[in-house]
Design a protein around this ligand. Structure first.
Ligand SMILES: [Zn+2]
Length: 322
């Protein structure tokens, strides 16, 4: 699958007469890197490729059946866990053998930020010493967290966000029942990553957001207290709430500095942002921004936290702005 916003990149990728040994596709989650490198791998292995793989040759058939001997997938043994040294050793063994079809051997290694130190070092050797006609296709959502020794040995391919028109037409086509306002909110909530939007919809994100923003307004008007709102918000993932709270506070600060109406974020909290920007000084806003940033990092690192207490502490911080 090559998404409409990837067409230009795709044409560039296949236009080269010679291929590099290792490619690193980098960009945010939800932009379709996975689908793109599979198309690229299939085309590399296809016996009769056009713009894309032919889908009828022996190689394409084997790929469809998931039994092609010349492709290797490097992934963690368990979803979300790190990629261990044993997996990389299997990859090295795969690269040491000759290809079954006398063509390329292709490795697909996604989210290589999940490599631990040992497995990253082991992979490094494969990147340094290309064995035969092999091509490694790597992806990462966090290029900044990779070892420079890894990134410097790959051809870096930036996977960009779709334009506003591209993402709008994609969502429109996929979810024709959504209103323009809902699409705008969803793009904002997915931070511009089109493929995250379907996930967000499955998780009732619009309803959750309404619970969050209505709850905050009630809290600021002292219609409910921190404990009550804390209980209501328990049904929403903690990281989502921390992200929304952090975004809100950042916008309050920015609006105070710039008075820029374009930077108010989602319409449901725009008035709150304006009001709180007028009511608070820079120091107080920054203190809460910093606090939220620390909490966000702890949640991301899955530190040992009590979600209920943390949520209440977060609401108390926000309350102090009122
Ligand atoms: Zn083919």
């Amino acid at each position: 699958m090559i998404y409409p916003w990837q067409q230009k990149l795709w044409q560039k990728l296949i236009s080269y007469q010679q291929y590099g040994h290792a490619y690193l596709f980098h960009g945010a989650q939800g932009l379709g890197k996975s689908e793109l490198i599979r198309e690229f791998a299939y085309r590399l292995l296809c016996h009769n490729p056009g713009n894309v793989a032919c889908s009828v040759c022996k190689s394409c058939k084997l790929l469809q059946a998931n039994t092609h001997p010349d492709i290797f997938y490097l992934k963690p043994l368990e979803e979300g866990k790190e990629i261990g040294i044993d997996e990389v050793r299997k990859l090295i063994l795969f690269l040491s053998k000759t290809a079954n079809f006398a063509g390329y051997k292709v490795v697909i290694a996604e989210q290589i930020e999940l490599l631990n130190r040992n497995s990253a070092n082991a992979l490094l050797k494969s990147l340094e010493e290309p064995a035969g006609k092999s091509i490694l296709l790597l992806t990462t959502n966090q290029i900044s967290s990779l070892l420079p020794t890894i990134t410097s040995r790959c051809l870096k391919v930036a996977c960009d966000y779709p334009s506003s028109a591209e993402i709008n037409s994609y969502i429109n086509e996929k979810h024709p029942d959504l209103t323009a306002e809902q699409i705008k909110d969803l793009i904002f909530l997915a931070e511009g990553s089109p493929l995250l939007i379907s996930n967000l919809l499955e998780n009732n994100i619009l309803e959750q957001r309404a619970i969050f923003s209505n709850g905050l307004k009630q809290l600021f008007k002292a219609q409910i207290n921190v404990l009550e709102l804390g209980t209501t918000l328990q049904k929403i993932e903690l990281l989502t709430i921390v992200n929304w709270a952090y975004d809100l506070v950042v916008r309050i600060f920015r609006y105070k500095v710039s008075q820029d109406e374009q930077g108010l974020g989602l319409a449901d909290t725009a008035q709150v942002v304006k009001y709180l920007a007028g009511k608070n000084n820079y120091t107080d806003i920054l203190k809460i921004e910093q606090w939220l940033l620390d909490i966000r990092n702890k949640v991301l690192r899955r530190a040992n936290l009590n979600p209920q207490l943390l949520l209440e502490a977060l609401l108390l911080q926000l309350c102090s702005l009122r």
